[in-house]
Design a protein around this ligand. Sequence first.
Ligand code: NAI
Length: 425
Amino acid sequence: MSPSPQSNSNRDGKLVFPAHPTIPFIEGDGVGPEIMRSAQQVVNATVAKAYNGARSIEWLEVYAGKKAEELTGSPLPDDTLAAFKKYHVGLKGPLNTPVGEGARSLNVAMRRELDLFANLRPVKYYPPAPSPLLHPERVNAVLFRENTEDVYAGVEFEAGSSGAKSLLDYLKTTSPENFARIRFPDSSALGLKPISREGSERIVRTAIQYALENQRKSVTLLHKGNIMKFTEGGFMKWGYALAESEFSDQIYSMRQYKKICAEKGESVGNQDLQAAKAQGKLIIKDMIVDAAFERAIAHPEDMDVLVTTNLNGDYLSDALAALVGGLGIAPGANINFANGDAIFEAVHGTAPDIAGKDMANPCSLILSSVLMLRYIGWTEAGDLIERSLGQVIAGRNVTPDFACQMENATQCTTSQFTSLLIQRI
Ligand code: NAI
């Protein structure tokens, strides 16, 4: 039986979409409404053109953030989460999060509630977008950031609180050596960093599957295991172990290679790596994450598929975005690759400094919509948007964030950029 137009169905983690699916969206705070309008106009025009009316999207507005509070009294109503669960795929604008006090992040809450464990961040260059690199065309990385664990789990105790005191007392009695490492216990706020084997395995598995399906050359496990042996070090060890056991025929593990070299007393050369490449095997390697920041700038071509823990990924993804023009053009998605549920979103925040001025760059959300269209199998529409967007930027028609860094650029408002893109489509 084919699914009804109103219910995108999900069978064993495989999404099956009708020709006219319902897709819930959150407009978002700040620049959210401006870029959401732009992205939806572009998607609607493209789908109409690509499928000649045979396919279309039924957008369903659901609420979160300021608008939700005004309408329902809650910043994240249950109905919103229920809609994403029901329809499996959604689009989202940015949401405000107070810093240092007040409510916890709605983004983090949504990712946790829906168990969207993988944050997917492709980083690609569209010339002549502004870049600090000499050869930005060499950037073509895909970052998988674990989305549900790490210090982002939100297990924190305010300095001086009873929770902090109990935890300190517990450490003092059960683990005096750890207690002694806390420099100023009386005034310390405390946070926990849970990193599990299951959590590490599922994100590494996802990154490897993606790399194999997309004929990529390597997957690099990024971590800080030199300092945090059990959490970040665990992520690396569990990641290698999973790669070696589940994908043994398809991958070439640098960990195994280094072990063999050490046993033979040989230095680590690169002949075997070249052999692995010649056999078409996917290379699994690891790198300390701070070195990855340097590597991404000095040798961006070495950055292929990357997978890392939550906080590392948060920092690195924005740094990678800066290499190709900044937050305004970097797309993102939060996906549960086990059950197929996914929310596609602009990676930047609400940009309060430019909100309501028709100045925001809509490319981040438009390219997130491209990821969404490809995810639901509407590849022709996704390809048409990406190609046309590249052509508009190549024509040097760009929003102010790009125009102020480019020569001979024509500065466009958000609406003008959107119209030009739709004309091109
Ligand atoms: P931000 O990303 O909103 O802004 C940083 C800088 O980038 C600002 O100068 C802004 O004007 C610029 N910028 C961002 N998006 C742009 C666009 N589309 N076009 C042109 N310029 C753009 O980060 P900020 O200021 O740290 O955060 C503001 C709020 O957004 C905070 O409440 C934060 O928690 C929230 N936020 C929400 C996210 C989400 O919903 N996924 C992600 C990041 C931040």
